[in-house]
Design a binder for this molecule. Structure first.
Ligand code: SAM
Length: 294
């Protein structure tokens, strides 16, 4: 196998992520920029030949400079523009700073980011600064180093939008996929609040999506999912869990979203109001995972 610029594949080192179901992701690596076993996980930042810098935690792809905009725009602007007047946003996880960066592009008062592993923030700020792009230093940012499940269970704060940008439901991320966690999210949301979650690649983690939607439905009047294709979360569409007590927020017309999008005047490379509406039109095989939760 040769790569597109003619070099023979065996000349390259590779970052390989087994995805299960007989599939793996492989990225040509030029160098290891940084590696550390933090208090919670093994963190590596690679310089790749054509996808920019990449960060992996416990061998699992987390963020890649070339395509991160898709994931961060969709997990942030869909709930915030659907809400329409989000002032207080909570990000659970999100240590690379990409969600924080996108949330701060809106006229929010505060963004509280609750990350369990301070090293992820420090290392990404130092070796992958393009992702946060200064967001950690924004005066509207409140950084909390804590387990997101503990934080949301104990905080007195209330949020208009909660964005769960966590690792997968293994290791420290596991508690962020429980019914109890979603119940606490519901009680910490203001009226008309929305919670969205990283819910894996449906072709590979479909049952997880069913479980997430079922657990959201135990606490919210409306629970569902929306999708986006992210090249380095290989295997097809990535799904995002959706929970809110206002079912109308999932059915907003593109005209309303376009007005709101125009007002905040942000330039995005993947998100647009028409695509926002379309992201909830699920392919049948993904809709079946969502319906299996009912
Ligand atoms: N976009 C990535 C994805 O889709 O897998 C996630 C990126 S972000 C780096 C994931 C973050 O979740 C990590 O920084 C990790 O430390 C954090 N995390 C995992 N479990 C957590 C918990 N219980 N509370 C807070 N943060 C947690």
């Amino acid at each position: 196998m040769t790569d597109t610029d003619g070099g023979s594949a065996q000349d390259w080192a590779w970052f390989d992520e087994p995805l299960g179901v007989g599939l793996q992701l492989g990225l040509q690596v030029e160098s290891v920029v940084f590696r550390e076993t933090t208090e919670h996980q093994d963190l590596v930042i690679y310089e790749t030949s054509q996808w920019g810098r990449v960060m992996a935690l416990d061998g699992i792809m987390q963020v890649c400079e070339r395509d991160e905009f898709i994931y961060h725009e969709m997990l942030t602007h869909v709930p915030i523009l659907a809400h329409g007047d989000a002032r207080n946003v909570c990000v659970i996880g999100g240590g690379d700073g990409g969600i924080l960066r996108e949330a701060l592009r809106h006229p929010v008062d505060r963004v509280t980011m609750v990350e369990i592993d301070a090293s992820v923030i420090e290392i990404c700020a130092a070796h992958l600064p393009s992702i946060s792009n200064g967001a950690f230093d924004d005066p509207r940012t409140d950084l909390v180093i804590a387990d997101g499940a503990h934080f949301i269970a104990e905080t007195e704060k209330r949020f208009d939008v909660i964005i769960v940008d966590s690792t997968d439901p293994i290791g420290p991320g596991e508690v962020l996929f429980t019914s109890e966690f979603y119940g606490h999210c519901q009680s910490r949301l203001t009226e008309g609040g929305i919670v969205v979650t990283q819910s894996g690649v449906a072709m590979i983690q479909g049952e997880e999506l069913t479980t997430t939607v079922r657990r959201l439905s135990e606490h919210f009047a409306d629970s569902s999912a929306y999708i986006a294709p992210i090249p380095t979360y290989a295997g097809g569409f990535m799904a995002f869990g959706w929970g809110t007590d206002n079912p109308d927020l999932r059915q907003l017309p593109a005209e309303t979203l376009a007005q709101r999008y125009g007002k905040v005047d942000i330039q995005t490379r993947y998100y647009n109001p028409g695509l926002h509406v379309g992201a909830f039109a699920l392919p049948t095989y993904i809709a079946e995972y969502v319906e299996a939760a009912r």
